[in-house]
Design a protein around this ligand. Structure first.
Ligand code: TYM
Length: 430
């Protein structure tokens, strides 16, 4: 019989400080990139200046605390797999409880590899958005949608043209050497050979635009995005340094306001932090415990997709790579598969590492694999059921995406208008 596991956020153990469901302020998050990790020095004139277009500029009014904001995205290329889910999406669902949330399907990023299939892109964009919504299902809270569109703005990146515009402005402030150093670019460019597109090189600047447009405080991603987050911080610092502070102030008469309504001066762009989870930041391939689970691996058996059927999941786990050691353990460098599969079990069941070891430490692979299969299926079944409802309900997904894009456009337009203003572009004449 299948073991019933309740891995919903509310069914978890005593909340820990690292648990984003616990109301807390950012210092409790232990996985931030250090705010000191910028290549450029922060501009000296920022001091207490409000860093966002929305929060500043309320002359004599008392300062109101702005809710912290979270932004993240997944590319709609191929199927969303357990790496995307545990590395990113599951944390988004928790974070919406506490933050103003903007989650986008980054379709502009999906074409950077070149030669995409247009029909597939539109299908995959809708399907990704539906998975975002379905992934938040929390049965313990009577079918409340996790990525509740009222709390999370779910939208499609290309529906907000400010992403492309800010990308251009940031391109012109980003040294090409910073982009050529990106590990993902180097790896992908090597594979693409002569076909490598300008878009692939520019990919991280577009990602920086996604984040900086929304003045995001925190960006939940998997480990593989750490370098891109560092670059985002560097780009924000450089733009602030080049065009912010006193230089921006002098763009208009003393005490004048930028297009967004905030006073000119201070930081133009907020420098964000990354949130990289302790478990799930790097879910590894089923066929090689030392390689990341990835959409681009041609071997379908290397990953479990969120929408895989129970049969597919069982087959993939049955065939996955194991080793010849006795028992199961975390952290043995000679046993990457054991660490990966135990971590997968931990994430699906919501148990602690210690609990997993207590239950599975002395198991053989032959006993553990069926337990893992059950745990993965149990975890994904409600998500798949909700997904089916979402795609069947006519107009629902479109409604969510429209509302999300409207909200996103409102924020993004203000930010990009301020960047244009600080960089010396003439204001539009209405
Ligand atoms: P993408 O689409 O490759 O992956 C989406 C998210 O999933 C995480 N991830 C993983 N986490 C753990 N284990 C894995 N095996 C694994 N594979 C992928 C990624 O770290 C990511 O968080 N550049 C981004 C998309 C992006 C974005 C953004 C993210 C565009 N704009 C703004 C955050 C904020 C990407 O390629 O992700």
């Amino acid at each position: 019989m299948r073991r019933v596991v309740d891995a919903s956020p509310t069914a978890r153990r005593t909340p820990s400080r690292a648990d984003p469901t616990v109301p807390c302020s950012p210092p409790f998050y232990p996985h931030y990139i250090s705010p000191k990790q910028t290549l450029t020095a922060p501009i000296p004139s920022t001091k207490q200046a409000p860093a966002t277009t929305e929060q500043a500029g309320t002359e004599a009014k008392p300062k109101t605390e702005r809710r912290k904001r979270v932004l993240s995205g997944v590319q709609p290329t191929g199927s969303i797999h357990l790496g995307n889910y545990f590395g990113a999406i599951k944390n988004w669902v928790k974070m919406q409880e506490e933050f103003d949330a903007f989650y986008c399907v980054v379709d502009l990023h999906a074409i950077t590899a070149g030669g995409h299939d247009p029909k597939e892109l539109v299908k995959s964009t809708r399907s990704s958005a539906a998975i975002y919504l379905a992934a938040g299902l929390d049965p313990a809270r009577s079918n409340v949608l996790g990525l509740d569109p009222a709390r999370s703005n779910v939208f499609v990146q290309s529906h907000v043209s400010a992403h492309s515009e800010l990308c251009w402005l940031l391109n012109c402030a980003t040294p090409i050497g910073w982009l050529e150093k990106m590990i993902q670019f180097k790896e992908k460019a090597r594979k693409a050979g002569e076909d490598v597109s300008v878009g692939l090189l520019d990919y991280p600047v577009l990602m920086a635009s996604d984040i900086l447009l929304y003045n995001a405080d925190i960006v939940p991603v998997g480990e593989d995005q750490r370098q891109h987050l560092e670059l985002t911080r560097d780009i924000a610092g450089r733009v602030n340094n080049l065009y912010g502070g006193g230089k921006w102030k002098k763009m208009g008469p003393k005490g004048s306001r930028a297009p967004s309504g905030r006073f000119r001066g201070g930081e133009i762009l907020r420098v964000p932090d990354a949130y990289i989870p302790e478990a799930g930041a790097r879910v590894m391939s089923l066929t090689d415990g030392s390689a990341k689970m990835s959409k681009s691996n041609p071997a379908e058996g290397s990953r479990i997709n969120v929408l895989d059927s129970p049969d597919e999941i069982a087959k993939k786990i049955k065939r996955c790579k194991t080793d010849a050691f006795e028992g199961l353990e975390f952290g043995n460098p000679e046993r990457p598969e054991a660490t990966n599969l135990l971590t997968m079990y931990q994430l699906c069941t919501g148990m602690t590492k210690e609990e997993v070891l207590g239950e599975c430490g002395s198991m053989r692979w032959g006993d553990f694999k069926p337990a893992l299969t059950d745990a993965v299926i149990e975890h994904l079944t409600p998500i798949q059921a909700r997904y089916a409802e979402i795609v069947e309900e006519e107009g629902y997904l479109d409604g969510v995406l429209k509302k999300g894009a409207d909200a996103a456009n409102e924020v993004a337009e203000k930010t990009v208008a301020d960047v244009r203003d600080a960089m010396g572009f003439m204001e539009r004449i209405h």
